[in-house]
Every structure is written in C-alpha cells, then in structure tokens.
Design a protein around this ligand. Sequence first.
Ligand SMILES: Cc1cc2nc3c(=O)[nH]c(=O)nc-3n(C[C@H](O)[C@H](O)[C@H](O)COP(=O)(O)O)c2cc1C
Length: 403
Amino acid sequence: MLSTLIYRSRLSPGCCPEALSQIVAQAQTRNAALQITGILLFDGDYFLQVLEGPDSAVNLVYASIRRDPRHYNLVELMRDYAPLRRFGNLGMELFDTRSYAQGSILEAVLQKGTSRYNLAYDDRVLKFIRSFVEGQWRAHLLECPDCQNWRFTSRDNAFSLPILLHDDQPCQFALQPIVEPLSGQISSLEALIRGPDGGSPAEYFASVPADKVYEADLASKNYAFALAKRIGIGNQKIAVNLLPMSLVMVPNAVEILLDQIVRNGLIPEQVVVEVTEDEVISRFDEFAIAIRQLRSAGIALAIDDFGSGFAGLSLLSKFQPEKLKLDRSLVSDIHMNGPKQAIVQAIINCCSALEITIVAEGVEKAEEWCWLQAAGIQRFQGYLFARPLLNGVPPIAWPDNAA
Ligand SMILES: Cc1cc2nc3c(=O)[nH]c(=O)nc-3n(C[C@H](O)[C@H](O)[C@H](O)COP(=O)(O)O)c2cc1C
C-alpha cells in the first residue's frame, strides 16, 4: 500500500543549514533504492517533510530520520494512504522557503506535483504544506522543552511501611501517588484493587460471581479506606475507582460508601471517586442521582481513562467532574505525536474553560512529562514518578533541575 507520512522537526543548533544539500543528496540515493519519494521544506529553522512510498519502506526511513541528531523535537503529523504519489518524480526535493518570493513557494511545490487529483479536493497533505509555508502552523506550536537537565531522585515518605493483611480479606489495594512534580507535593493517593494474591483488577473481578460484581466493587472500597487509615493518610486525599453501575445497581450505594469512609476515620472531602464511562450512559438519569448524592456529601469526582474506549466527550457533556484523568494512550509518546498533542491541547482548553483539573496518567518518560507540563498540566501519575505499591505508599522520584 502506498503510504504518506508527514513530520515536522527543528534543525539542531550544531548542524548548519549548508549541510542540508548533502543530507538531501544522500537521502535521494537511499530513497531511490527504497522507492521513496517526497519533499523537504525548510524555513531556516524548522523542517516539514513529506515521505511517500510502500508502508514498510516509509517506516524504515522514518525510523532512521527519528534517530538523526541533526534535527530535534520531531513530531509526526500525519499518516495516510493514497492511490497515487503526489511527488512521484522527486526522490527528495528540498525547498528552502527563504529562497522564494512571498506567495510563490506553494506554486513552485505544486508544479512538481505528479498527482493533480491528490493535490486538489481538500487534500490534507496540501493543507499541511500550505500551513507551513504561510506560517499558520505556528499557532499550534508547543515544543517539548529540553528535559536533559532533570534528575529524578527517589525519596521515601512519611507514611507507614507496607502492612500485612487480614487472612479473610477477599481483595487488597496498591497505592500509587498522583503528584505535582514542580511543587513537590502529593495531590492524592489512588487505591488500585488487586486480588488476594496480588492479581490484576480483571483477575479479581473474574473471581467474583457475575451477579455480585457491583456489590463486591462497592464493598471492596472499605479495604481501601482501611488501608488509608493504617498507613496514616492524615489529611491527604484518597482516590478510589468505582464502576458507575455500582452506584446505580446497589441500593443505597452512596450511604454505604459514606459509612465506610466515616468508619475508617476519614472525611468525605478527602475522597475522590473515579468513574469511567461505560454502559451507565444508557441509564444516566439514575447515575446522575448518585452523583448528586456524592457531591452533596462532599465527595469529589473524577472521570477516569478520559480519551480511551467509551470514556470521553459524551460523559463530559453530561456532567463536569472536579478532575479528569487523561488516559495513558493519549499520554504515551505525546512529545512526538502531532494528533495526540492536538487532542490534548483541545482537552486542556476545554478543562480550563470549565475549571476542571487534569491529571495525566501513565507517564513513563521524562519527555512526556515535560511536554504535558509545558502544555499546562500540573498533576501526574505514572511509573516515572512512582509505581503502585501493594498495601503501602511507594517512594516517589521527584525531579530536580540540575542546570
Ligand atoms: C531533515 C532530514 C531529512 C532527511 N530525509 C531523509 C530521507 O528522505 N531519506 C533518507 O534515507 N534519509 C533522510 N535523512 C537522513 C536520515 O536521518 C539518516 O541519517 C539516513 O537515512 C541514514 O540512516 P542510518 O544512520 O539509520 O543508516 C534525513 C535527515 C534529516 C536531518
């Protein structure tokens, strides 16, 4: 299949623009052997490159290009498939936008086009090229700040050490902190359910009879709150996950939850209930009643896994929680993924307008954190900072700027 890939990057400070003609000459030879065609636009600082060819060849060349230290902050903008090549005669042609009179570069690029049809009819490739040469793309530009200077130092915390369980406990919890790295504060501890032998949530719920899942889900929270008490949570917040249908299907669910909270010496204001969108959307009226009860009691709400599967705009349009947790699928490699960046920037704008706090989940790389922090997110959860610890609070790796 004929695939098209567009990325943007920036010339590295150590690499002079004069080296470009040599890069392009070498690229042409390699591209010819791999049946790659395309164009390279350069504005004196940034590149926009269109690569087209067989899928596997495009992937191969792009992997080399990504590793190339002569440019940085490389962001993939588009991957698509086409019936014909747009630049079928060009092994790789360099267009230095500074060498063209204003308004003439687009015409020069189009003259080299080999597919009239692809370059017409609302073509996205053409739109990316136009935006680059006319400068509109800068309105969306958010670069990953250099994160080389951050050093992560693991520090213990004041909570009690991991504790042993009661023998009769059907499930247990692992705690994972949600942190504000720049202020060095823990914003809450999320309690993640595990089976009696440490198995995953899916394993635990698979062991529960199908008609008892919602009751078991609700009842399990008592162990999370008991753990919070035993590690000496103080005035820290604890977040628990709840299947939204548990709030609908279990009679007096909110009262049961409140009773568990109070029985373990906590107050509702330090509890966050995280829900993900699932079949509850079809019974939203009943769910909405439970939400009102939770809010009336002082409990905070979060939409979990936002941006994955069902957890998305439909639920957010119906109710606006205190917190929204960005799913790890949006977070992973966001520093080099244009579509994810555009989606997350839109979510940030939306949450800013609605005064909803965003937490980025599943952060594993310093670059992901740096990009998201630069975009305006302050709260993070993920292995970069701390892994969940069974029955205890793990040490947290806090960033220090060594510059
Ligand atoms: C802006 C830019 C564009 C490039 N375009 C291509 C290209 O179209 N084809 C290519 O083979 N190499 C291209 N290169 C060079 C590759 O990054 C890489 O150096 C080369 O493919 C050799 O890869 P290797 O070191 O993995 O063997 C480009 C480099 C830069 C900085």
